[in-house]
Structure formats: structure tokens, C-alpha cells
Design a protein. Structure first.
Lengths: 294, 261, 438
């Protein structure tokens, strides 16, 4: 009797899990495996049947200038977007975590970019960055700069996109910080104040440490985003000028769908996967030590 | 001091609002007139230039289809993980978590191959199928289910309810806030999805709004006309903004929940 | 447990609904095959210009399907499938072939030839025994056949074709004291005029350097050189010749030295906007923009031959018909009959008026409708007359990668990189890319 119950419980559980597992295997597990295998094959327009070439694709990628550029850009993009949008999120959270006239309105303004699609954001900013029309240029002209073709210059293209992404993401992190700030026990701050700690001191020694889990978590989300979103490149620069704004996922996209170079696409996908796994590993490690959710 | 902080908050808020106000300004601007005069022509032109009605319908179908399937898959899986004992439970759960670690967005190359092998290129099924499970949703719901007192399930069992009846009558009603949170996130994420549908669709019958907008605004042999592009952009963000303003509280708390992985 | 079947049936039903949304065109054509009365062709076509082009295409299909054209006694019908822009059509065709569900025919860039050569058939056998077809091929502007032929065979049939032309704002010419009826004809004149036309908030000229920027650069290349930038067999490119370097230097100098063009890389789709909005007095872009500019510019504008240097020249551009290999001979014959039908002079003329593309047949310009149109809108004729000076657009194996190499070099030079080094590097990269085909 008991045994048949166990069997039945197992059976039911697996029936419940089956739909999820089928899709998980189809679109996450099997693709990871197949990409890994594909990365050992040369498969492009000049090869009719894929040819096994071991680690050659990886060697080719290391020498490929466009890939290296995209890789380095992705690192800069991460450095440019992650700390700034997270810190800005914190700042905004502190600013709107008070009672003042227009509190709700301010929160709405800071948060709405999070809700709208990246494609729409890209069109909005494409308009702003275009010479002769954009508000950015009018402002630059006001303060005495020459008109700038921000997306058309290698020096400014990536930076312009970074600024846009910060604008879009800061509100997202503001929300987390807002929640965290509201969860800090009031008496802790009060105690610090009575001890004669200055505002800054209160923040540094009491509030900030308590916000650590949120900060870590925000950094990880922002970092993942930096590798998985390239909608803006499709709309704004196509990775140009001369790859100045190219990112890894866009490189994969171009090699898969424009150049039909599947060997390269697979290889770079594997590299991105390894980056993702390392980020997750950091998260795991950090979560183990410092953060206890649930 | 407080005053100063308020003022700088206002300035920042205005800065944040500027891009949006800018395109609203452009969308209503009559480009054939000197100076600024108000017009709806851009909206009419944009609407006529591309099948936005069809795109709306597609996006709505896609969003609803994904959410409906997700609700079924995550409910069943979350219940299994929260309340059942079975072989390889921990291992299976780890497998599911891989999806949080590696979002399908980066798997465009292998996943497009899978779609080709299934022979469903350029269908709504292809646009939606990779999103039929959400590890995040399973995780979120599992936490909620775990928090529901087990006595309620036992009581239902006494009355002769089957597992599915228990899920339906006990767990789902009590997890409503979580469902709402997950729903809002799923809908707004899918509404915004771009790269995957761009790759996997090739006809107006299947294109969502995001892809439709980019096709229409970047038709490569004719130029972009800002007024019309801005109007088109407003088409795709308007429903989201409206929903956001109406359900502000739920939105904010949903996004906050999404943080607790 | 009794709810499980219900739940499952919900899931199954949902799949059913979604799968029902799929428009599996190939299945349709297979069904048509088993029905021996009709041959229903699947036709992938791209749309690269604004406007309601799909409606025009659907009307063509309807007319054709009622036209009663027969092959082997079977009625031929066609189902057009809109497949996005050129890049997407390429993706779609490749994917379809990969799945063994190749369309019967498609319109793709004339330069995509080498990229899809393994999947298409040469058309010589159809033309050889068909007087009408020979007449058709002879009637196309010879410039448009250049990209269709290689290895002594004809692989595609011109459909929507373009060249690069000069657009200029006549009002601004007048204002600057220039004769609005004599646009610049040489590189020097462009600089001279450009300087007069440049003032605060207004530029002399704009050349786009993204999307199809390589094509604009090829125009300059051809004007400065007697030979083209690639070999006819599509296996070699010549990106770092002295003439190539001069051409690129000229482009770069328009901003750096002469200050008549905005600095930085200019976007393909915003250049026409700048022209329409009066931010630039001249631009170089495709004839495919003619209808767009005509409908939206609220000033008097002219179009003219591209200003030349050593010679007057332009590359051709645009899309051709291809017929695919993986179908039956009967279907291929039917596809060819459809191509003959749709490229008839009156239809080519109509297509040109609807889109701004050049009518592909010389005799189209003898038709009443097009004569009248050109009479009222003489700008439409310039593009046609320029075909005489048209050369093959760059078309090579690994087309996508080579285009990117040219774009990268172009954009690097515009952003200040040394022209010599940039083009030497581009040549080396291109040679490495094409090595597999030597």
C-alpha cells in the first residue's frame, strides 16, 4: 500500500513537471549542448557539410578583430552601465524616499523607461542623437559645443548608447532600493543619530551595509542585461561606426543570419554562455555568504 | 536643505521625462508647417503606412498565448516542487534554475535551428514556444506555495479532493498576488520582446508591434520621417504606459518581486 | 485525477490554435501538386520602399491567377509571400531551403547570386527555345543584365532595379546664386557648389555610410576607375588600388577638408529625411527614394546624373527573380512563365510608377502611361537615362562579410583613420574571407 503511494506520488509529480521539462530541454538544455558541439565544426557558406576542426574556431575567434572589438566593447558597456545605473538607482531611491510634493509624479517619471520596450527607447533616443534635430545637440550648442554626430563617431557611439541604457535601467534599481530602504528598521538610524553620527556617517555605516544584498543583486541583473540585450544596436548603429558599438550578441546575430557562418555563431554563443555561467557562479557564491532570500 | 533636495529631484525627474515629452511633441507636430502647429496627421499616416492593427492583434495573441501556457506549466511545476516528494527533485530543480542563469535571449543561434527543424518558421507558435516555461515563475510560485499552510491541503484531502482540485481550490486562490505579479512581468517583457520575433517571423501575419515598428521606420529605400516614426513609437508604448499608470502599485511591487530570485 | 484530461486537452487545443496561425505555404504548394489541374507557385518577395506595395503585388497575383496561363495543360497560379526586406528575404529563403521547403521563385538582390547559386537554376534552357523570352531578355536595359550573368549563363531576371542618383534642392541653388537647371557634373563642381550651398543649419551634400553605404562608395570608385571593384566570377575584390584610395579620400575630404558635409557617419535612412527637411542641399542615394522625396518635399527638387571624375558611372542595384532548384521541371517552367508575364513592358512601367524603381524594359518607356508620367515628372527619366553609364554592383561570394568589410573601412576612414592603411587592411581581410573559393 505504502509503496504504491510512493509510486503514485512520483508519477503525479513527473506528470506535473513534464510540460516544463519538455520546453526546458527543447529551448535551454539541448541548445546549450548542440551549440557546444557545433562550435567544434566549421560550417559556413563555403562548406557544404560541416567539418570537424576541434578548437580551431576558438583560435580563429581570438584572432578575429571584430570579435575582439565586440568583446572589449561588451566589457566597457558593462563597466559603463552597471555601476552607474545601480548607483543612480540608489540615489533616485533616496531622493524619492521622502515626503515631498510631487513624490508620486517623480517616481513615475523615473520608472516609466523601465516599462517601455527597448526598441521604442532606441527610436526615441535615435531621434535625440540625430544631428540638427535632437535636443542633445541643441543643449550642446547652447553650451558652446559644435554640433555632434553622436552615433556617427567611433568616439561617442558606445558612450551614447551607454547613457541611454542607464536612463532606461536606473528606475528599475530605484525600485529595489526603495523597497530595501523601507525595510530598514527606523530605530537603527535613530540610534546612530543619537550617537551623534552625521547624515553621511549614518548612511555609510548603517544604511549602506544593510543595502548590500540589494546592491549585489542589482549588479548581477545589470550585468546579465549587458550581455543579453542588443535591440538598440539593430535600430541605432548596426554595431558601427566601424564596430565601435558592436556587442557580442549582435556579433552572433550577424554571423547567424547575415553571414551564415554557423561555426562562429556557435563559438561566440559558447563564450557568452561561459560568461553567463560565471556571473551566475558569482551570484551563487555571494548569495551563499551574504544574502539569504526566501 | 530639504528644499534643495526637492528641487534637484524635480530637475532630475524633468530630465527623465524629456525624451518622452520630446517624441510626444514631434508626433503632434505638423512637419509641413513652419513653426509648431498641432496635428494628428502623423498618427493617421503611421497607421496607414503599416498594418499596425494587425501588429497589435499579433502582439496581444502572442502575449496571451505565452502567459496562458506559462500559468499552466509554472503552477504544476511549482506545486510539485513545493509539496511533493519525488526522485531527483533537487537535481530537476537545479536544471530548471539553469534557465534563470542562461536566458534564452542569448541562445538565438541554436534556438533558430530548432525552429527550423520543427518546420514552424514564421508562425506564432515559433514566436511563443521558447517562452512556454519560466524558471523565474516556477521559483516565485514555489516560494508562495510553500508559505501556504499545509493544513489547508490536508483538510481538502479529507474532503476527497484530488491533487488538481487542491491546486485549484486551495493554492491558486491564495497565490493571487503572486500570479498578478508574474503576469504583469510576463506581459510587459513579452510585449517588449524584439530580437527573437525579428529573427523568427517574416510576414505581417506574425509580426508583433516591436518588429513591425522597426520594419516600418527603417524601410531601407525610403527615409525615416520623424513625425511618423514618433507617432509609431507612441503606438507601441501607449498601452504599456496606460497599464503602468493604472496599475502603478501592482507594477512596482511586481517588479520588486522579480528581484527576489 | 479526472481534471487531467481536461487540462491536457486545453494544452493540446492551445497548440492547435497556434499551429493553425502558421501559414505554411509550402504545404499549400505540395497539395497543389497532387491536384493535377493547377500549379500553384510560391513567390517570396521583399519590400524595400515605403507605401502600400503589398497591395500592388496582391493585385498582380490576382490578375495573373485569372489570366489562364497554362503549362502542360495545367493552370498556373501564384501565391505571393511578403518576406520582409532584402536581408530578411535572404534569411527566409535560406531557412526554407534548409528545411527542404524551398519556394518556387523569389525576388532577391541581384548581387545575392553567389550566395544562393547552389540553390537556383540557370535560365538559359528556358530562354533558348522561347522566342518571347529572347525578346524579353533583349529588351531589358543591358546594364540590368550584368549582375544576372556569370559563367556564361543567365541566372536571374531583372525586376525592381535602381541606380544611385544625385538629388538637389533647386530652391537652395537659387538662393546660393547657382543655376537650378545645371547641377554639378564633376567632383570639383560638387566641392565648388557645396561650398556655396553650405551655411549655418544647411549642408552642401550628404552621402550615407550605413546599410547600403558600400554601394554609394562603389559609385565613387567606378567614377574614378576604369575597372570594377571585384572580378566577374565573384572570387576577388580590389579594395586597395590607388583609384580606390583616391575615391575614399574624396569622400573623407568632403567633411575634413572642404567642410561641406556633416562630420561622422551618416545614416542611410536619415539622409533622405535631412534632404526633405532642408538640412542638406544635395544627397546621393537610390532612385528608389524618388517617390518618397516627391511626396514629401515641399520645395522644388531636381535629380541628375552622378557627378563624375575620370568618367560618369554608377552601380546598378535592386532585386531580380530567381527560380529554385528543388522543385519539378514543370514548376520551374511555370515560374518562368510568371516572370515573363510580370515583366511585360506595361507591367514594368506600372511597377516603376508605383515604387520609384526604374522600369526594367526599354520598351516600357514607349508605353502611354509611363510617357505621360515622365512628362509630368521628368525626374523619373534621369535614372533611366543614367543606366547607360551603369556598371555591375559588387557581387561576390561571402557577400555579407565583404559588404561589412567595406562598411567598416568606409566608416573608419570617415572617423579619421588613415585611408591607405584602412583600405590595405580591408583588402587583406577580404582576401582571407575569399580564400576558400580560390
Amino acid at each position: 500500500m505504502r509503496r504504491s503511494n510512493v509510486v503514485r506520488e512520483n508519477l503525479t509529480a513527473w506528470i506535473f513537471l513534464l510540460p516544463s521539462l519538455i520546453f526546458l530541454v527543447m529551448f535551454t538544455l539541448y541548445p546549450i549542448l548542440s551549440t557546444f558541439i557545433s562550435s567544434f565544426y566549421k560550417s559556413d557558406l563555403s562548406t557544404i557539410e560541416p567539418i570537424f576542426i576541434g578548437f580551431d574556431n576558438y583560435a580563429i575567434m581570438m584572432k578575429d578583430e571584430v570579435f575582439r572589438k565586440a568583446f572589449i566593447n561588451n566589457i566597457w558597456f558593462t563597466i559603463g552601465t552597471v555601476p552607474t545605473s545601480v548607483l543612480l538607482g540608489l540615489l533616485l531611491a533616496i531622493l524619492v524616499n521622502r515626503t515631498f510634493v510631487g513624490k508620486v509624479m517623480s517616481r513615475v517619471f523615473f520608472f516609466y523607461p523601465v516599462v517601455i520596450p527597448m526598441v521604442a527607447v532606441s527610436f526615441i533616443w535615435l531621434f535625440f542623437y540625430t544631428p540638427d534635430y535632437g535636443m542633445i545637440n541643441s543643449i550642446l550648442k547652447l553650451i558652446g559645443f559644435e554640433e555632434l554626430n553622436l552615433l556617427g563617431n567611433s568616439g561617442t557611439a558606445l558612450l551614447s548608447i551607454i547613457i541611454m541604457v542607464i536612463w532606461k535601467e536606473a528606475g528599475f534599481f530605484m525600485i529595489f532600493y526603495l523597497a530595501a530602504l523601507q525595510n530598514i528598521p527606523k530605530d537603527l538610524i535613530e540610534a546612530a543619530r543619537i550617537d551623534g553620527a552625521s547624515k553621511w556617517r549614518q548612511f555609510r555605516s548603517v544604511i549602506f551595509p544593510l543595502l548590500m544584498p540589494t546592491t549585489l543583486f542589482s549588479i548581477i541583473i545589470a550585468t546579465t542585461n549587458a550581455f543579453k540585450t542588443v535591440d538598440q544596436l539593430v535600430v541605432m548603429t548596426q554595431g558601427g561606426p566601424n564596430n565601435a558599438s558592436n556587442l557580442l550578441l549582435y556579433y552572433i546575430y550577424e554571423n547567424t543570419f547575415r553571414f551564415m557562418d554557423y561555426g562562429r555563431a556557435a563559438t561566440v554563443t559558447v563564450i557568452v554562455l561561459m560568461i553567463m555561467v560565471s556571473i551566475a557562479a558569482i551570484q551563487f557564491f555571494a548569495a551563499d555568504k551574504k544574502i539569504h532570500y526566501s | 536643505m530639504n528644499r534643495l533636495i526637492s528641487i534637484s529631484t524635480y530637475i532630475l525627474a524633468l530630465l527623465w521625462a524629456l525624451p518622452f515629452l520630446g517624441i510626444v511633441f514631434m508626433a503632434f507636430k505638423d512637419s509641413s508647417e513652419q513653426g509648431y502647429s498641432l496635428t494628428f496627421r502623423n498618427f493617421i499616416d503611421a497607421w496607414n503606412a503599416a498594418p499596425f492593427g494587425q501588429y497589435y492583434l499579433n502582439t496581444i495573441i502572442i502575449v496571451i498565448a505565452i502567459l496562458s501556457v506559462q500559468l499552466i506549466t509554472i503552477t504544476l511545476a511549482a506545486y510539485a516542487f513545493a509539496r511533493m516528494n519525488f526522485i531527483a527533485k533537487g537535481f530537476t530543480f537545479m536544471l530548471i534554475l539553469i534557465q534563470i542563469m542562461i536566458p534564452s535571449d542569448v541562445l538565438i543561434y541554436p534556438n533558430s535551428n530548432t525552429i527550423a527543424q520543427l518546420g514552424i518558421y514564421d508562425t506564432k507558435l515559433a514566436t511563443t514556444i521558447p517562452y512556454f516555461i519560466s524558471a523565474f515563475g516556477i521559483f516565485l510560485l514555489r516560494q508562495t506555495f510553500k508559505g501556504i499552510p499545509y493544513e489547508l491541503e490536508e483538510a481538502a484531502k479529507m474532503e476527497g479532493c484530488s491533487r488538481l482540485q487542491i491546486i485549484r481550490n486551495v493554492y491558486i486562490p491564495l497565490a493571487k498576488p503572486t500570479y498578478l505579479a508574474f503576469g504583469l512581468i510576463s506581459v510587459s517583457t513579452q510585449w517588449s520582446n524584439f530580437l527573437w520575433p525579428l529573427i523568427i517571423t517574416d510576414s505581417d501575419e506574425n509580426r508583433p508591434l516591436t518588429v513591425g515598428l522597426s520594419m516600418f521606420a527603417k524601410a531601407s529605400d525610403s527615409g525615416a520621417q520623424w513625425g511618423i516614426v514618433c507617432a509609431g513609437t507612441l503606438f507601441i508604448i501607449f498601452p504599456l504606459l496606460l497599464a503602468f499608470l493604472l496599475f502603478q502599485k501592482q507594477f512596482v511591487s511586481s517588479f520588486m518581486q522579480s528581484g527576489i530570485k | 485525477m479526472k481534471r487531467i484530461p481536461i487540462l491536457l486537452s486545453v494544452i493540446v487545443l492551445m497548440f492547435g490554435i497556434l499551429a493553425g496561425c502558421s501559414s505554411s505555404t509550402s504545404e499549400r504548394s505540395n497539395e497543389a501538386d497532387s491536384n493535377s489541374e493547377t500549379i500553384d507557385l510560391t513567390w517570396y518577395y521583399p519590400v524595400n520602399v515605403g507605401g502600400t506595395i503589398t497591395e500592388v503585388i496582391d493585385k498582380y497575383a490576382k490578375d495573373f491567377n485569372h489570366g489562364g496561363i497554362k503549362v502542360n495543360g495545367k493552370n498556373v497560379t501564384v501565391t505571393p509571400v511578403y518576406s520582409g526586406n532584402y536581408d530578411e528575404t535572404m534569411t527566409k529563403v535560406q531557412t526554407a531551403i534548409k528545411n527542404g521547403k524551398s519556394p518556387d521563385l523569389s525576388v532577391q538582390l541581384s548581387v545575392d547570386l553567389f550566395q544562393i547559386k547552389n540553390s537556383i537554376i540557370p535560365l538559359d534552357d528556358f530562354i533558348k527555345n522561347d522566342y518571347e523570352a529572347q525578346e524579353m531578355v533583349g529588351d531589358f536595359f543591358p546594364g540590368f543584365m550584368k549582375n544576372a550573368q556569370t559563367d556564361g549563363k543567365t541566372w536571374s531576371i531583372p525586376f525592381q532595379r535602381s541606380t544611385v542618383i544625385l538629388y538637389y534642392n533647386k530652391d537652395m541653388f537659387k538662393e546660393a546664386g547657382l543655376d537650378p537647371e545645371t547641377p554639378p557634373t564633376t567632383w570639383e563642381e560638387v566641392i565648388e557648389y557645396g561650398k556655396k550651398l553650405t551655411k549655418k543649419g544647411q549642408w552642401g551634400i550628404e552621402l550615407p555610410a550605413t546599410i547600403s553605404g558600400y554601394w554609394i562608395y562603389q559609385a565613387l570608385y567606378l567614377q574614378n576607375s576604369d575597372s570594377n571593384m571585384m572580378s566577374d566570377d565573384g572570387k576577388e575584390v580590389y579594395l586597395n588600388t590607388d583609384e580606390a584610395k583616391e575615391a575614399l579620400q574624396y569622400w573623407v575630404d568632403l567633411n575634413n577638408k572642404h567642410k561641406i558635409m556633416p562630420e561622422g557617419v551618416l545614416d542611410w535612412s536619415t539622409v533622405p529625411t535631412d534632404f526633405i527637411e532642408g538640412k542638406t542641399a544635395m544627397m546621393l542615394t537610390t532612385t528608389g527614394n524618388l517617390t518618397n522625396v516627391k511626396n514629401n518635399a515641399n520645395f522644388d527638387f531636381g535629380v541628375a546624373f552622378l557627378p563624375g571624375n575620370k568618367r560618369v558611372a554608377t552601380p546598378t542595384g535592386g532585386g531580380n527573380f530567381y527560380i529554385f532548384k528543388d522543385t519539378s521541371e514543370e514548376r520551374q517552367q511555370a515560374a518562368f512563365e510568371f516572370i515573363k508575364w510580370i515583366t511585360e513592358p506595361t507591367r514594368a512601367a506600372e511597377w516603376s510608377m508605383n515604387t520609384g524603381y526604374i522600369a526594367t524594359r526599354q520598351s516600357s518607356y514607349e508605353t502611354e502611361a509611363l510617357k505621360e508620367y515622365v512628362g509630368a515628372f521628368p525626374q523619373a527619366k534621369v535614372a533611366m537615362e543614367q543606366i547607360e553609364f551603369a556598371n555591375k554592383e559588387i557581387s561576390v561570394y561571402e557577400q555579407g562579410k565583404i559588404q561589412k568589410i567595406i562598411h567598416d573601412a568606409l566608416q573608419a576612414a570617415i572617423n579619421g583613420a588613415d585611408v591607405n592603411e584602412t583600405l590595405d587592411k580591408a583588402q587583406a581581410e577580404a582576401e582571407a574571407t575569399l580564400k576558400a573559393y580560390q
